[in-house]
Design a protein around this ligand. Structure first.
Ligand code: EPU
Length: 419
């Protein structure tokens, strides 16, 4: 299995171009199932999760072709199977996103139940309850969600927890339902709004995406569209932390600064000087050690759980004591235990990681446990003395395009070791 070897201690300088957002691309590719004409999706990042989604669509009989490296043409006219099998769902929970569109357009879907996850229980009860409220029959049989419908009908659905893929699944199911669906307590994440813009480009009637109440007026059919996926705000934030943690000066290009307000505010608290343009963010740490920050994760526009691990790395070497409280997932501090192997001083109590920053970490072998945990270990390694080897980096390849090349261009000493 591939590993990353990182020599720490270099301040990062330079520009980095942000890729398309993983968590927008995955629902958008699932939403192509709703179109009865070919669609074209641009700014698609090269990620293992995208490859898995293409494989999933391919198994159903959907034709997907790649153009110019980052544009996918999707044609669903050959679809003949409506199953998301366990082998694919177990490697990527986001496969659950085909449930809503398959049911909405074809009236049938068999999707493996995702099962456990490294960061928390992550049930899908809200997805299922919403589809039932729209008139679907849903059973769990042999580990599969088996959903059937003779035509969904609009409904008012109040979700009792804010769920990103839950909101996306129900929005996709509702676009072809009879009448109006109102999703209340909807997720406000920018990726939900990006998916809605794609659905509207295909002919859907949606208002309020990006707020906590989404109105969807069902239409007869969705047709072809050309769309460009939004930039990845978590990748953007990760490179900004890389600049801050190393005392460097990093400019991220092709970004959407408006989607990162909570992250930028915390980086300013940490002592970074930050300027934003229409599609770039410039972070200058002026060679200073960051100050520790206090963070509580929350649904958007709060501080994203997907940036929590990266800020744990920052607090590990920051000046002073900090607290990071995780409110979204119940088991998302595995990275902290690995950082302790590098000499970090953390105490976890309940859902909070209390840190006392140390002046320097020391390189050691560490193991990635999930996608964002892996990124945080790479960040910690960038400031650890000596060599850190990060193992199980297949997690990183699920969600960061060309991570080592991008970091190398900023001056980092990082290389991939095969085998
Ligand atoms: N929840 C339920 N029931 C449900 C659905 C969710 O109780 O039916 C709970 C979850 O257990 C969790 C909370 O609601 O405690 C929020 O989970 P959510 O459903 O919002 O998470 P998700 O949709 O499965 C997406 C992202 C995650 C990101 C979370 C939170 C995608 C493909 N995944 O997951 O991204 O952490 O939202 O923002 O969009 C990542 O990219 O590394 C990643 C894990």
């Amino acid at each position: 299995m591939d590993k990353l070897e990182i020599e720490g201690g270099i301040a990062l300088h330079g520009e980095v171009r942000i890729s398309g957002a993983k968590n927008a691309t995955l629902p958008i590719l699932a939403a192509t199932l709703l179109a009865d004409e070919p669609v074209s999706v641009g700014n698609v990042p090269h990620l293992n999760d995208v490859t898995t989604t293409i494989a999933l669509l391919g198994r159903m009989g959907v034709a997907v072709s790649m153009h110019d490296g980052m544009r996918l043409e999707v044609d669903t006219s050959g679809i003949e199977d409506f199953t998301a099998p366990y082998e694919l769902v177990k490697t990527m929970r986001a496969s659950i996103l085909v449930l809503g569109p398959l049911l909405g357009r074809f009236g049938r879907a068999n999707v493996s139940l995702p099962g456990g996850c490294a960061i928390g229980a992550r049930p899908v009860n809200i997805h299922v309850a919403g589809l039932k409220a729209m008139g679907a029959e849903v059973d769990i049989q042999d580990g599969y969600i088996r959903a059937r419908s003779r035509g969904l009908r609009g409904a008012r659905i109040v979700m009792d927890t804010v769920t990103v893929t839950g909101t996306e699944n129900l929005m996709m199911a509702a676009v072809l339902a009879r009448g109006e669906t109102v999703l209340e307590n909807a997720a406000r994440e920018p990726e939900v709004a990006d998916l809605a813009r794609f659905l509207v480009a295909m002919g859907a009637h949606i208002e309020g995406a990006g707020t906590d109440t989404i109105h969807i007026q069902g239409v007869e059919r969705l047709g072809g569209a050309e769309y460009r996926v939004m930039p990845d705000r978590v990748e953007t934030g990760t490179y900004l932390v890389a600049g801050a943690i190393t005392g460097g000066h990093v400019r991220v290009l092709n970004a959407w600064p408006d989607t990162l307000d909570a992250v930028v505010a915390k980086l300013r608290d940490a002592g970074a000087s930050i300027e934003c343009g229409p599609d770039w963010i410039d972070l200058d740490m002026g060679g200073q050690r960051p100050r520790a920050v206090d963070i509580v994760t929350a649904p958007y526009p709060g501080f994203p759980t997907d940036m929590q691990a990266q800020f744990c790395a920052l607090n590990a070497v920051a000046d002073g004591a900090g607290t990071i409280t995780e409110t979204i997932f119940e088991n998302r501090f595995q990275h902290v235990l690995e950082m302790q192997r590098l000499g970090a001083d953390f105490r976890i109590q309940g859902h909070t990681a209390y840190s006392r920053g140390v002046p320097a970490l020391k390189g050691a072998p560490v193991m990635a446990t999930d996608l964002r945990a892996s990124a945080s270990l790479v960040l910690a390694a960038l400031v650890a003395q000596g060599t850190t080897r990060v193992e199980r980096i297949y997690h990183i390849d699920r969600g960061y395009e060309c991570l080592e090349e991008k970091l190398q261009r900023l001056g980092a000493s990082i290389r991939r070791v095969h085998g």
